[in-house]
Design a protein around this ligand. Sequence first.
Ligand code: NAD
Length: 271
Amino acid sequence: MSDRAENLARAADILRGAKHLVVFSGAGASAESGIPTFRDVDGLWQRFPPEQFATPHGLIAAATRMPHRAAEFVLALLEPIAAAEPNAGHRAAAALERHTRVTVVTQNIDGLHQAAGSTTVWEVHGSAFNVVSLAGDPIGVVPREQMRRVVADLHQAIEPEFDQAAALQAVRPILSFEPGGGRRPNIVLFTEAMAEPAWSQACAAADECDCMLLVGTSGVVYPAAMLPEQAKSAGADVIAVGPESPGLCDVWLRGTSAEMLPALVKAALGE
Ligand code: NAD
């Protein structure tokens, strides 16, 4: 048996016996849906340093001092998310619910696990589609179709020449600094606390599960990266799927999410 077949068989055995599985996903899980990871070469952080664009104060300062760059950042962040559809990895994770209890804990803000049919999804870094007031009170959910229109309008406001008023109007359904009407997507920026109640639920699931399946996460973004450590020390088996091993795992399935998750589900459950 090759190493790959052996690892797949070991992981399939673990998965078959799982009574409560936590699927813990990171940016890599959505890479094959066309949403680039942030940290990789040419990722978002190369073009838009997070200390300038991805902290609350940084983003407000950028919007005031360099509105054109801030608009380009918002477009670069939201365009791939608005356009995305779930991939075979998201669908395989959803299919696992037919066999055991599954809790999805995701660091992603793209809504793709829910779009693929997963029913219990905790978004610990928030969601691009949930709009809140600047104080954090819920305002509403923007459907993906509306997000696509925001992106199309923002494109028109930026190209061929930047029109600041048109850019502000374009993002108004999701982002506005107007006094009394301020709003933003409920995304956890650097320096902000994890999204609640998602984070508390994710910690409880990590303590309680007997298997954690890591998908497309580097394990360097804290505090989210504590969850696999927590599950491991509470006695769970940890399986990892991705091109690089995140270190702490019992079995590593080397490959992409859309390739390896369906293979794992087929090996474990025959579908
Ligand atoms: P990260 O630190 O979790 O790293 C991504 C991991 O995915 C890397 O280990 C990489 O090797 C792996 N990977 C790449 N392609 C893959 C594939 N096809 N299949 C499986 N694994 C693959 O993520 P990051 O990019 O540094 O992002 C940091 C944070 O930014 C995330 O935790 C998230 O909150 C946010 N983010 C969200 C999205 C999204 O919503 N889709 C995308 C990028 C970043």
